[in-house]
Design a protein around this ligand. Sequence first.
Ligand SMILES: [Zn+2]
Length: 436
Amino acid sequence: MAVVEETGHRREASTLLQELIRVDTVNPPGNESRAASLLRDYLARVGIECEWIAREPERANVVARLSGGDGPSLAFLCHTDTVLADPAEWERDPWSGDVVDGEIWGRGALDMKGHVAAAAVAFASLQRDGFRPSGDLLFVATADEEVGEGEGYGLRWLVDEHAEAVRCDYAVNEGGGERIVLGGRPVYLCATAEKMSAPFLLRVHGRSGHASMPGIADNALVKAARYIEALASFEPEPTLIPEAKVFLETVLGETPSVHEALARAREVDRRLADLVAPLLALTLSPTMIEASHKRNVIPALCDVGVDCRLLPEQTPADAEPLIRAALGPGDYELQWIEPTGGTRSELQTPLWDALVSFVSELEPGARLVPDACPGFTDSHFLREGFGTVAYGFFPLMAMDSELATKLIHSADERIAVDDLQRGVEMLRHVARELLA
Ligand SMILES: [Zn+2]
């Protein structure tokens, strides 16, 4: 493993991350202007002026730009809000920013104030070094990623209302960077795509009646049981999307047939199968149910809430016939609830090459693999708005990836200072490669 040298960037990023953690930007309500002012002040100290773009005064986004030639532009994209934290569940104060055994503790350390600090330091240090990019380099720290309802206060709103401030050809964002050893070789995941979150309500109809006389009614709750079973055992026909194909080729050394893909992955490592399985087809998880509000009333309607994730570029219209076929005929309807995400960026790009060269310098023998993350990030708005090649990548080498996944949005979130420093170096490397 590469040795992490003590550098000024490391100290600078640690201090900035501690300051960012110590300002509470739990969303809702957000109050991201607290983090935005810290970033504005930090960048001002190295002579960089920020654009302060806020729909509401407390919810500012900051954008800084290192102007370059007319080459392609690159954004370091990050968000400054966090999810909530319940101090009772934590070993330390979630807003302490304490350093313990080489790790900085606090809400947002991984998602994603650590990345914010690394991006700010990478950006400022490049400017200080006199870096002259061939295209614009942007630092974009947005509000309201974690909630973002309606137009929101963050990137969705910026893309709609301040497009020229955030338009970019390439972006490095959150969503990837986990390191996993598969078949004896480390791979780093890069989130080049996202599944579409397309939840729906399965509304099952029956006929109400008094619960003491079940024979006279048609119990929608009981009817729903059969459909819930059908949803849970649904096995759609697998397909090999480009992300899964390249992932498997990289690890297996050849392309498996789509029907063998999962078995071949399992032979290498259970975790490979766990990662590849959701890339082969849409997934369905029934998670909520609502029927009668009175025990003595047989419900005429039962609503089953289903978490559904579609493959990138698959639509609810593509999925509905498959789901209906699995459910079979009956007195029910499907009601889709605001599908979001589902975009992808190409894999053969200069940004990909820059990350590949970073990974092989970081850890000789390690490989970069594409992934379609199951959740939703701001990358979606850039891809949709400008056709930006946006990847999620922040390498975690010191912290075990399974632990990191467990800590995100949960108690005792923290980041290794070594990983923070590597994040700075990764972003500096990408900017130098891409905007040379
Ligand atoms: Zn995040």
